[in-house]
Design a protein around this ligand. Structure first.
Ligand SMILES: *[C@@H]1O[C@H](CO)[C@@H](O)[C@H](O)[C@H]1NC(C)=O
Ligand SMILES: *[C@@H]1O[C@H](CO)[C@@H](O)[C@H](O)[C@H]1NC(C)=O
Ligand SMILES: *[C@@H]1O[C@H](CO)[C@@H](O)[C@H](O)[C@H]1NC(C)=O
Length: 285
């Protein structure tokens, strides 16, 4: 007797095929959804987190430093070379890439870049903070500051002397007075100072190169993902008292930039770092 098999296996096969197809489509949908969601989340978090530009500092040891301590002894090559090496690495991108894109030959207030163009960064414009030593073979080392990138963000400049915030340092107010209402007043100003009185007393002065702010012709940023076209300010820390950790805060000034700090070390609109010049101690006798 032969067993008559009904059409069952075939129908199962068909069912299985449909079932598989269904699952495949479901999986595909799922993947698409995940991708959509992720791109949205990335977008949301990036717009949420990076609404305002933040100050970044070099030399820096980690990507997002809570506090950088720059400790060196200008008479000890290894301690000096460490910091020089870090700054060299950071500036390498500016050196090797700055001629590759749509970069204007000259940028100033009279010659702002054309739409879509960026401004060149000249590394020899940093006075005593210029390569190759960035001030580290002297008593007055330098740090480099730049802003994290926020596209289409336009600063509101402190470009007149009326209604300046009371917390603004006097030397910066003087600077704004000098450029009052001229094109030069349109900058995101910067000020560095010792954090506490004892720190203030431990530093002679701060000098800023090429100037004391990020000029308006850099905003809004023209190119994405070209950090090496982001303007830099070199800050010379003049003669910090040797043998002490001197705590320094640098702050950016624009009317639409909030300034916040709290006890857990979180801050907005400023950056904090320490500098320590080791003193050679000669034993007497
Ligand atoms: C000031 O800026 C405007 C607009 O960018 C420009 O046309 C003008 O030449 C500038 N003036 C000076 C003195 O730089
Ligand atoms: C000062 O800044 C405001 C906006 O930030 C701008 O509208 C105004 O033209 C600027 N003044 C000068 C003299 O450039
Ligand atoms: C400090 O500020 C950050 C960010 O604004 C916040 O996440 C954190 O909870 C704050 N910490 C304290 C102790 O207020």
């Amino acid at each position: 007797m032969t067993v008559i098999l009904p059409n069952k296996p075939k129908s199962i096969k068909v069912h299985r095929g449909v079932y598989c197809l269904f699952h495949l489509i479901l999986a595909l949908f799922f993947i698409i959804c995940i991708i959509e969601l992720r791109s949205n989340v990335v977008e949301i978090t990036s717009t949420f987190k990076k609404v305002f530009p933040e100050l970044e500092i070099q030399p820096s040891i980690s990507e997002s430093p809570k506090t950088v301590l720059i400790r060196y002894d200008e008479g000890d090559v290894t301690t000096v070379d460490r910091w020089i090496g870090l700054i060299d690495n950071f500036l390498d991108e500016y050196r090797t890439k700055s001629e590759t894109r749509n970069v204007a030959t000259l940028c100033d207030f009279k010659h702002p870049p054309k739409k879509g163009q960026s401004c060149p960064i000249d590394l020899d414009n940093f006075g005593p903070c210029s390569p190759p030593f960035y001030g580290y073979y002297s008593f007055s080392p330098c740090v480099f500051l730049r802003l994290s990138e926020i596209y289409n963000w336009i600063p509101e400049y402190y470009n007149t002397t009326d209604r300046l915030p009371p917390s603004m340092p006097i030397d910066l107010i003087r600077e704004i007075k000098l450029s009052n209402n001229k094109n030069e007043s349109n900058q995101i100003w910067i000020s560095c100072a010792g954090e506490h009185d004892v720190d203030k007393e431990s530093i002679e002065a701060f000098n800023y190169y090429p100037e004391r702010g990020f000029p308006s012709y850099y905003f809004p940023r023209a190119h994405r993902n070209n950090r090496f076209l982001s303007p830099l300010i070199a800050v010379e820390i003049v003669n910090p008292k040797p043998g002490y950790i001197v705590s320094i805060e640098c702050r950016i000034w624009s009317k639409n930039l909030p300034y916040k700090r709290n006890n857990s070390g979180e801050r907005q609109g400023s950056i904090r770092f320490g500098i320590m010049r080791d003193e050679l101690v000669y034993e007497e006798g």
